[in-house]
Design a protein around this ligand. Sequence first.
Ligand code: NDP
Length: 327
Amino acid sequence: MFKAILIEKDDSGYRASVTDIAEEQLPEGDVTVEVAYSTVNYKDALAITGKAPVVRKFPMVPGIDLAGTVSQSDHPGIAVGETVLLNGWGVGETHWGGLSQKARLKGEWLIPLPAQFTPRQAMAIGTAGYTAMLCILALERHGVTPDQGDILVTGAAGGVGSVAVTLLSKLGYRVVAVTGREEESDYVTGLGAAEILNRSEFDSPGKPLGKERWAGAVDVVGSHVLANVCATTKYRGVVTACGLAGGMDFPTTVAPFILRGVTLAGVDSVMCPRKYRLEAWQRLAKDLNIAKLGTIANEIGLSDAIPFATDLLAGRIRGRVIVNVNR
Ligand code: NDP
């Protein structure tokens, strides 16, 4: 038997609890992983609380991320004893995920843990950090360089935002961070932001175009914030959109795109092809200041992940969390 968070939905409601599970109950897959660490991302919090229909099959073990050691493998190229990493692919949504001491998975979903990271550090980064890197790769692919001007990061005190600020500042960009929590200004400045703006400047309906301010942006918020970011992006600037923490809607006009040649680049981590994942993790290994992970992430135990999910959705969590599934 091993322990996992199990989400159930039946006539008595929607609930998540730490449950003892037998190995035979694990879903099909060609690789079994002894999970060392997982994490709670925004999507995991939605799954655990049931606030949005993230979970597509019940019962479900949540956890879109995991890092651990292979204990059984029928997959070519994946050996017993190897340390592996998983992000997304519908795990924690349609296939049992990482908030568990064991997982059975498709080998094609796994990537080798980069040698620069321990499993714990990889989960401090998690899908949030890997997505931040995907956003930066998208800015680079569209030709954004530090000499072109400021990069705006929204939701800066959250998971994606914290890693984005850290990476961009190390890469030599001048980072302007947007946060709704003034009390986190010192934290975000410590990660490398040169300037902090209050979310209230962005979260109400704005004009189709405003003063040109950003060469690029990483937006995790959506809705009016994303609309106002696009409206204030410089001529030929690039906005990467990866999140909906402020809403799924996008109340804008085409003005930034047709009058200023602004590019809106969508970023998805879940089904992102393997070669871009490998690139993102290689770049994290090269460009992330690992010393900052200690400031960004705190560790909790498996059962703590359930109340933690509510706090995360309420916007009360700073940075990232690592879940020690054996604690
Ligand atoms: P967090 O909860 O850690 O951070 C989100 C941050 O957004 C908060 O810390 C807060 O930052 C800000 N925020 C929260 N609520 C609101 C609001 N109502 N209006 C404006 N800002 C708000 O989540 P993550 O960083 O892990 O994820 C951020 C978003 O990115 C989520 O929507 C998530 O689903 C999405 N995501 C998408 C991925 C993809 O593949 N496309 C992958 C990973 C995440 P502050 O207090 O600093 O303002």
